[in-house]
Each structure stands twice: as C-alpha cells, then as structure tokens.
Write a protein that binds this ligand. Structure first.
Ligand code: ASP
Length: 329
C-alpha cells in the first residue's frame, strides 16, 4: 500500500566545491539511518525533495539552519498540487482550510500558529511570532490579525479543485466521521530539520492537517514538542501522521529526550512509534512517522506502518529514503 515510490536521485555531483571550506560529507546511510558531517537537511515525504533544494540553497552558502528550514517548507506551502500543506490544502468539514505551522531554532526559541486561514506562508508567520512577540503560539483570528498587521501575503482557499472535491465529499459523507487515511493522498505534513555549517540545528513543520477534520481541530504539527522539537544540546525531531496520537506521547520531544539518554535517532524514532502502538488499542490506519537528527550528524527515521519516507540532502547526496517501520498494512 505504499503510496510513494522509492525514488533515488543519486549523488549530486559538484556540490562539494560549492560549500568549501566545509568538510566533505561522510554518508553511511543504512536503510533509514546514517551519519553526516557538514550541513544536512531532512524532511518528511517526497515533497521534501523540492523543499530540501530550497533549504540547501541557504545551507550551501553558509546560511543558517533557521533560514534554511523556513525557506524550504515555504516551497511546499506554495505548491498548489499538495493537498495537505498550504494553499492546496484540503478544508475542514465546514469548508475552511485551516493551516498550522511551527518553527524552532538552536537557542530553543520557538513560534507557532494554528487554525490560521487565508495566509500564504504560515511558517513565516510562526517565525514572526517567535521573533516579534513575547508569545509562542497564536491561533485563529488572532493569528490572522497578527499576520495581516505584519503584511503577510493572503490567499484564497480552498482553491477551486479542492473545493470541488470537498463538495463531493460533503455529499457522500454528510453524517459520517471516518478516520483519516494517512499515506493515501490526504495527509502528509512537511516537517523539516536541518543542521548548518556551524553545527546549529533548527526545524519547521507546516500542514493543513487532517482533511475534513472538525472545525477548530489542531493536530500535532504546530505544537512544540509534538510535531517538532529542537534542543541544540541533543538534536531535533519532527513528525507526520495522526496528530492526535503524536500529541498523546509528546512525540518529537520524546524522540529528542530519548536521544539525550543515549538512543540513536533511529532507535529514538522507533521507541516513540512503539509508545504510540502501546497506547492505542485500535491501530487501524494509525500511521505516524518521525525523523530525527542529533547534534553529531546522525539521523534516523521510523514509522508505524510501511510507506513513510523522507528526503535527505547532504554535501554528497540528494535522495528519498524509505523509513524503517514496525508493520505492513
Ligand atoms: N500530523 C498532521 C496532523 O495531524 C497531519 C499529517 O502529518 O499528515 O494534522
């Protein structure tokens, strides 16, 4: 049931000369884990490939991980073909496209927006919350007002194709409230974590969330510690999948704390998934996936079910990697 094909782009040539004097990357990728020296960016799903490219433009020029992750996920937010992030996102069951995003840097500064409507780049609004206010999180009308006050670009959502799908869905599902089918076209946040040439870590996460959710529902993605967590002393992690389950175990924070206590990124992502498995009686359709990077450049990923992958960009390569997983569908 894997929705996304394994796509190997192979080693990108000529990258090494662009990033002198940064040390050449040492990539020893074994399935979904490895160790890198030099800048690195990882992001969830295959839309991560395009996002990583934009992030890499920043990293290869010696830019900060914070700028890289913001620039990177903005690509996905602008993608009209993407049905789970930004402008092309699906609405909630009342027809509103509500966007969630958060960002966190190496100094443990963080910013977040949730249930934000009609703004093109929630991630940049989240960054502005972090940098321009004393708060961490703004939601709903307050978040929108803040974004408008700061002159952020507006968008009209749902876009026509998405609206058409929604009208059809509404007719067929008026009285049903089904579990989402993650891995099946309607659900895949972008979470991105990066380390720059100075070894600084940052992360960003942005989504339109669970398609046809209840109005006002917020998942893990904008919650610091659930959808994203960065601690420069240890590493960074981000998640995708059923937000309700990820929040229950404070997923990304759990991954970082496990790394603090000696777990490798892969082991930490696996234990977070196993914790979710242990805490849910019904695992039907309950997909969750984590990617993690420690401060030494080790990375790893794990998901509950097969089908989760992540995009990796280093000095030496640019590729999509299948995450390790616990079970097949
Ligand atoms: N985690 C997101 C949410 O629950 C959705 C996803 O990753 O697909 O809102």
């Amino acid at each position: 049931m894997q929705r996304r094909n394994f796509l190997k782009l192979g080693a990108a040539t000529g990258l090494l000369s662009l990033v002198e004097p940064v040390k050449a990357a040492n990539v020893m990728a074994t399935s979904s884990s490895g160790k890198i020296s030099g800048p690195i960016v990882l992001s969830t799903w295959d839309h991560g490939l395009a996002a990583n490219k934009a992030a890499w433009e920043v990293l290869k020029n010696g830019g900060s991980a914070l700028d890289a992750v913001e620039k990177g996920v903005r690509v996905t937010e602008s993608d009209v073909e993407n049905r789970s992030v930004g402008i092309g996102g699906r609405p909630d069951r009342d027809g509103h496209v509500t966007l969630d995003a958060c960002i966190m840097d190496d100094r443990s500064r963080c910013g977040s927006v949730a249930c934000l409507e009609g703004i093109a780049h929630p991630i940049s609004v989240a960054r502005a919350v972090m940098e321009k206010t004393q708060h961490v999180m703004l939601v709903g009308d307050g978040a929108r007002k803040f974004a408008l006050d700061y002159g952020f670009d507006t968008i009209k959502t749902p876009i026509p194709e998405v609206k058409k799908d929604y009208e059809k869905w509404k007719k067929e599902n008026k009285d049903v409230f089904k579990k989402p089918e993650i891995n099946h076209e309607n659900h895949d946040t972008i979470g991105m974590i990066a380390m720059d040439a100075n070894g600084k870590l940052s992360g960003a996460c942005t989504t339109s969330g669970w398609a046809y959710k209840m109005h006002g529902r917020v998942g893990d993605s904008p919650i610091i510690g659930a959808g994203l967590f960065v601690d420069q002393e240890v590493g960074a992690a981000t998640s995708t999948g059923l937000g309700e389950a990820i929040i229950r175990v404070a997923g990304s924070h759990t991954v970082v704390e496990l790394m603090r206590h000696g777990y490798s990124p892969l082991e930490a992502c696996k234990e977070a998934c196993m914790r979710i498995i242990r805490k849910h009686d019904d695992l039907t359709g309950l997909q969750c996936g984590f990617i993690a990077l420690d401060k030494d450049g080790n990375f790893g990923a794990y998901s509950i079910y097969a089908g989760f992958n992540f995009a990796l960009r280093t000095l030496e390569e640019e590729k999509l990697v299948d995450a390790n997983f616990d079970r097949n569908w």
